[in-house]
Write a protein that binds this ligand. Structure first.
Ligand SMILES: [Fe+2]
Length: 169
């Protein structure tokens, strides 16, 4: 625990710690989602193995950064994977349902957007108060915004449509 770190984090530190716990659970879930998809994706999606594997590593890195900040503030994240879905507020990721390329990317987009909402909230809550957590929130927000853009771009150029979609157009 960083004594000075805790002191300067301000009076709302408990609330910020709660949000960091939530973010940790979210990142661990999302990392697992991407790794599961990388390992199990079907059809043309196998060409995207590396993309999903890289995202899994990135989210794992985010979880580590959040872990570091929690420790500076005198806390440790949960050690119970069974608590992630509740703690994050995300619910189950249900990775097995999203093993075609388009569905895997669409689900990934939902997860990235959940993260964007979470880090935006964390940045708003810590701005001008808890500078260390604020910097981290901005960094993670930027990363998730980039990922959202990348996935949107891939989806926009994906020339695979399911039958219903093709029939409707
Ligand atoms: Fe992340």
């Amino acid at each position: 625990m960083g004594k000075k770190s805790l002191e300067i984090a301000g009076p709302n530190v408990d609330k910020n710690i709660g949000m960091l716990h939530r973010a940790y659970a979210f990142e661990m879930q999302t990392s697992h989602y991407f790794q599961y998809v990388a390992n199990n994706i079907e059809g043309l999606g196998v060409l995207f193995d590396d993309f999903f594997g890289e995202r899994a590593k990135e989210e794992q890195g985010h979880a580590s950064e959040i872990n570091d900040r929690l420790m500076e503030l005198g806390a440790n994240p949960t050690d119970d994977p069974g608590s992630w879905e509740k703690e994050s507020g995300l619910g189950k990721t249900e990775s097995k349902k999203y093993l075609s390329l388009r569905s895997a990317l669409e689900r990934a987009l939902e997860l990235e957007r959940f993260g964007i909402g979470l880090y935006n909230e964390l940045a708003n809550a810590t701005k001008d108060r808890d500078h260390g957590t604020y910097q981290l929130a901005l960094k993670l927000l930027t990363d998730e915004l980039e990922d959202e853009q990348t996935i949107e771009d891939i989806l926009a150029r994906l020339e695979i449509r399911d039958v219903r979609e093709a029939g409707a157009s």
